[in-house]
Ligand binder design. Structure first.
Ligand SMILES: [Zn+2]
Ligand SMILES: [Zn+2]
Length: 291
């Protein structure tokens, strides 16, 4: 396994200089790295809010459970010098129940890279840090169109038509009736940009997230991004890291401009619960197809 350790300022330097010989993780609950790390594993280190800048190998690991304040004092006496932590650290950790002590081998600086991590966990265990936590970006063409073959780039200025050939979007009446996912897919084929998003392969981070997404997650993303028109409308839905974003771009529910263009919902209207449910259904259908 590989691991990503989020480090407080200054500790990566202490590890690289050899002053800090043990990386320790204390927790109230049985969470990684407790019994999730072993000798030979690789740990990537990232200072809070920065890029990954260094790694080390795991020489060996010690696990402790059923901890008490006294036991933690004993650990501090025995390993404190090599853990090299500040007084405040021990104060914060004195009620912990679990501890993992990781002996550091061959710490080195690496070419920095950025992680795509959406949660706040301070330690993550994955098969591969680079494959599972770093996004592989694709080339996104801005206004794709192939008008001769019936694939347009639609814009809205009172009515919906192709920016390049002027062809009218002929499905507004059907779209207004909020048809099911398969019907939408058939219609959206005429909009090259959206069709690409529906069919493109997910990035690795989005792929990993796919099986874990619940209806409530979709609903909450929609609630934040399109329930009311955002000040940054058109830019609020990212392109990477979550299959819900792909579905939103594909189905034209990424921003209020697109809702107006394809579903004839005025930009200033607040979406009703029924409307949010409807778009949640569509996205759910997309996710089911991708799993
Ligand atoms: Zn066209
Ligand atoms: Zn949009």
């Amino acid at each position: 396994m590989e691991h990503l350790a989020i480090m407080k300022k200054g500790y990566i330097e202490k590890i690289l200089s050899g002053e800090k010989k043990i990386e320790s993780r204390f927790s109230m609950n049985k969470i990684t790295p407790f019994h999730a790390i072993s000798a030979g594993d690789k740990v990537y280190m990232q200072e809070v809010g920065k890029e990954v800048t260094a790694t080390f190998e795991v020489e060996r690991v010690l696990f402790f459970d059923n901890l008490s304040e006294n036991k933690i004092e004993e650990l501090r006496t025995e390993y404190g010098k090599d853990i090299c932590a500040e007084e405040t650290f021990w104060g914060l950790k004195k009620h912990s129940k679990y501890a993992t002590l990781i002996y550091i081998k061959n710490p080195v600086k690496i070419t920095p890279f950025k992680i795509n991590k959406s949660d706040r966990s301070a330690f993550k265990t994955v098969n591969s840090v680079k494959d599972d936590l770093v996004i592989t970006k694709r080339t996104i063409i801005k206004h794709p169109h192939d008008c001769e073959n019936g694939k347009h780039y639609f814009v809205f200025d009172g009515n919906t038509h192709c920016q390049f050939c002027g062809a009218e979007f002929l499905h507004s009446a059907t779209m207004k009736q909020k048809p099911d996912y398969q019907t939408i897919k058939g219609i959206i084929k005429h909009s090259m940009w959206n069709d690409e998003w529906l069919n493109v392969e997910l990035d690795n981070v989005a792929k990993n997230k796919l099986p874990k997404i619940k209806r409530a997650n979709i609903r909450s993303i929609l609630n934040k991004s399109i329930r009311v028109c955002q000040p940054n409308d058109g830019r609020q839905t990212p392109y990477y890291g979550n299959p819900v974003f792909y579905a939103q771009h594909g189905l034209g529910c990424c921003c209020r401009k697109c809702l107006e263009k394809f579903y004839a919902i005025p930009k200033n209207a607040v979406l009703s619960d029924e409307e949010l449910d409807y778009f949640t259904d569509l996205i759910e259908a997309y996710l089911k197809e991708k799993v």
